[in-house]
Design a binder for this molecule. Sequence first.
Ligand code: SAM
Length: 346
Amino acid sequence: QYRERILQLARRKDAEDDFLGMLITCRDEWVTSFLYETAAGVRQKLYGRDVYIRGLIEISNFCKNDCYYCGIRKSNRELTRYHIGEDEILECCEEGYALGFRTFVLQGGEDGYYTDDRLCRIITGIKKEYPDCAVTLSLGERSRESYKKLHDAGADRYLLRHETADETHYRQLHPSSLSLENRKQCLFYLKELGYQVGSGFMVGSPGQIPEHLIEDLRFLQKLQPAMIGIGPFLPHKDTPFREEKEGDLTMCLNLTAILRLLFPHALIPATTALGTLHSEGRELGILAGANVVMPNLSPLSVRQLYSLYNNKACTGLEAAEHKVLLEKRMERIGYRIVTSRGDVVK
Ligand code: SAM
């Protein structure tokens, strides 16, 4: 019966809340294996066994926000703060290009240093030097005008997780200076402006219940993003959530597979948080339907400082300079890393 219902979910690209809730929390290995195989099959039809890579450049750990879960929140006084300049970002891209990266993701806290003018110069600089590459931004909430300027300068994609689509839960994770309404508004602005938009949420964040995750899936169905990033919540020692429990691996994998069935074309990363939670998290994510990995291309001197959660992986498999290792690990499970921009297939 489960088998039939999972196949039906794959055909309809939708399911009732109660079935989604059951799959999200399912721990029956027979059912979860069938779920992952079905998701991998759907992915394979559209993307073959290709895995796209993105070079992640963590440009700043300054942040004006105070999200309770995040290690770079402004109230964390234990952290040495940094941001990297235009030339350094271009050096990261140079190194990344030579390694075969054709997408650069500039991610950081909400840092006033990156004015629109400065960012436009950086984006134009990357696009001029590497016209065959995509530029993805992940710099939080900005005004519509700002998003427009950055898009006009050449930014192709924007990652902004909605974090949780439940109003009350959102309040439990964020101070009152932030609102779910504005977060969602930003996502719709980005879409309207022509970005390929990525959203997503943490799995197992404090206060989360399965109903919230169903709301997350329903919100994503409204947004129809090109990219969906999820990963386990992991506690950080210098945040109010230091004692909270980390997200569950099986639940992350179940959700990855469900997302693949609901959004067959989506670009879904096997995230760093998943790789931090489990030493084979990246592989498990790919086997459950993910098709992207985002190795770290930040300057070595700052990698430890972009500390979102305890023990964040930034070496070995997570490091762009160890791409060969990543290639080997992907080959071992029957997948291959490709050198391409890795746009969404239509
Ligand atoms: N400031 C930008 C934003 O808000 O989108 C980008 C940087 S933010 C640090 C990137 C992502 O890190 C967030 O969307 C959040 O889901 C994730 N993150 C932060 N703290 C985390 C934690 N403790 N565990 C897991 N993921 C976390």
